[in-house]
Design a protein around this ligand. Structure first.
Ligand SMILES: [Zn+2]
Ligand SMILES: [Zn+2]
Length: 258
């Protein structure tokens, strides 16, 4: 069985065809999916999905790409994260690619999420784009990760260097690969995936975006995470079942679900 560690099935591209999505998960042996929150106003829809479906988990947090949106405090996040279906804080992080200018508000929001993760003992889901140095700096300053008494987490939709991956792994973090790793031009990322040990690896779709080969160009959905696993198995020269077992075990360990 496979687990999609990061999807957005509450988004309008997918929410209308939920029965079909759940059926396709089953057909592809995708047992569970984590539906990741991006804003507070949209969070209730994410939680409702997890409350209605035993194989969907939820997170709570505000994505760095949403500038003028409700800003939760540490206490708000901690209180909401007490809900048993919420397994993580995020997605949070830094994105200097989509937005430019004074992004101090993004860094403040990221710090709030790291503090909430430490206080609630729920792992972080971190998004980082064109902000590698600051992402690692803030993680260290706010004592994210297991070394400093914090909680581990996942670097989601990983596209950074091996050096970055190693720094994150040293803090107890997992590295999650999406459909991007299957793209023909993703040679550097494929080299990173070859070097990241299976014991540290998660798989995801980030659906509705970034459908993996051979579904590229289609609307992505959790069932397609199987193609990411197949690609990684080929890349690492191991049986598909090995990737399935490792990534499922890692998901259960990180998010404390059994
Ligand atoms: Zn993201
Ligand atoms: Zn996402």
């Amino acid at each position: 069985m496979f687990i999609d560690s990061h999807c957005h099935i509450d988004f309008p591209e997918l929410s209308d065809r939920l029965p079909d999505i759940l059926q396709k998960m089953q057909a592809n042996e995708v047992s569970h999916a984590l539906c990741v929150s991006v804003t507070m106003p949209e969070f209730p829809r994410v939680l409702a999905l997890a409350e209605q479906h035993p194989n969907i988990y939820a997170s709570v947090g505000v994505h760095p790409d949403y500038e003028d949106t409700e800003e939760p405090g540490v206490d708000d996040l901690v209180r909401i994260a007490e809900h048993p279906r919420i397994v993580a804080i995020g997605e949070t992080g830094l994105d200097y690619y989509r937005l430019t200018g004074d992004l101090e508000w993004q860094r403040e929001r990221f710090r709030t999420h790291i503090r909430a993760s430490r206080a609630s003992r729920k792992p972080l889901i971190i998004h980082t784009r064109a902000a590698a140095e600051d992402t690692l700096r803030l993680m260290k300053e706010e004592k994210a990760g297991t070394a400093d008494g914090g909680v581990a987490g996942v670097m989601h939709c990983f596209t950074e260097s091996l050096q970055f991956a190693e720094a994150a792994m040293a803090m107890g973090f997992y590295i999650s690969f999406s459909g991007i790793v299957t793209f023909k031009n993703a040679k550097e990322l494929q080299a990173v995936a070859r070097a990241v040990p299976l014991e540290r690896m998660l798989i995801e779709t980030d659906s509705p975006y970034l459908a993996p080969v051979p579904m590229r160009g289609k609307t992505n959905e959790p069932g397609f995470v199987r193609h990411v696993a197949e690609f990684l198995a080929d890349l690492k020269g191991v049986p598909l079942a090995t990737v399935a077992e490792a990534t499922t075990h890692n998901f259960r360990t990180l998010f404390s679900v059994h």
